[in-house]
Ligand binder design. Structure first.
Ligand code: SF4
Length: 248
């Protein structure tokens, strides 16, 4: 497993190519793949076997899987852009009141890592989420910068699943949706009251408005594509969500 080898015995070529930042990047990757493991929009599960660290151990964070349109199972680098978060959702390991090591990738670092791992056949795509830094819009801008680097500069057309940030503006949801294959926004909790109790910085409006926008844009894009076959596709793999049951 490439993400958790602190002893430097992993695939050194990846880190050598990225330069002297190897240790720092390895630490970031370890923290930010670990922090992403509670995002449940994927099919992976790993069993905790006695004896731990052997070949093929499926427990460490870092990869998840999705199914392509033709039914193939593809592996994704599953990572947060940052685990810094100004929100304090009671159920989340990244909540602002939790005392955990914090770090962040630059968009360039994360785009470069994704490409390096893709070229080595470790992964076929990216699952990108993030804690909220400054504001939903600021965070979305940084996530979009990763996607723009991948799609534009690196000419990467592999599968990307991005988690949109609740409360983000319509323009940014639209931009992200034209770069990603799949978007999701977590519903999180079943009622406004449980949101107030467990995720006080979030509102139903901030969650359902962008979900509605994605649904609207998808419908509009279907009509555009029927007329203009070359129209840019908007989240061709659709949208997903997740909800916590039994917490409130
Ligand atoms: S906004 Fe997301 S990352 Fe931040 S505390 Fe809430 S669930 Fe966790």
């Amino acid at each position: 497993m490439f993400v958790l080898d602190y002893r430097g015995q992993g695939d050194c070529a990846v880190w050598a190519q990225i330069g002297g930042k190897a240790v720092e990047l390895m630490q970031k990757l370890t923290i930010l793949t670990g922090a992403a493991k509670y995002d449940a929009a994927c099919t992976s599960s790993g069993a905790d076997r006695a004896g731990g660290q052997g070949l093929g151990n499926a427990l460490p964070a870092g990869c998840c899987h999705a199914f392509s349109a033709d039914g193939r199972c593809i592996s994704l680098l599953k990572v947060l852009l940052t685990n810094h978060c100004v929100y304090d959702c009671k159920y989340c390991v990244n909540r602002s009141s939790n005392d955990v090591p914090r770090t962040a990738f630059t968009p360039r670092e994360l785009a470069e890592l994704t490409i390096q791992f893709y070229r080595r056949n470790y992964i076929e795509g990216l699952f990108l989420s993030s804690g909220v830094v400054q504001s939903p819009d600021h965070t979305m801008e940084r996530m979009i910068a990763v996607l723009e680097l991948l799609r534009g500069e690196y000419n990467f057309w592999g599968y990307i699943h991005a988690k949109a940030i609740p409360g983000a503006s319509a323009a940014l949801i639209d931009r992200m949706g034209r770069l990603a294959d799949r978007l999701s926004i977590n519903v999180e909790l079943p009622s406004e009251q449980s949101l107030r109790q467990l995720a006080p910085n979030k509102s139903r409006e901030g969650i359902f408005r962008p979900m509605g926008l994605i649904a609207q844009q998808l419908q509009q894009n279907t009509q555009e594509l029927a007329i203009y076959h070359r129209a840019a596709k908007f989240v061709p793999a659709g949208q997903a969500t997740q909800m916590i049951i039994g917490a409130s």
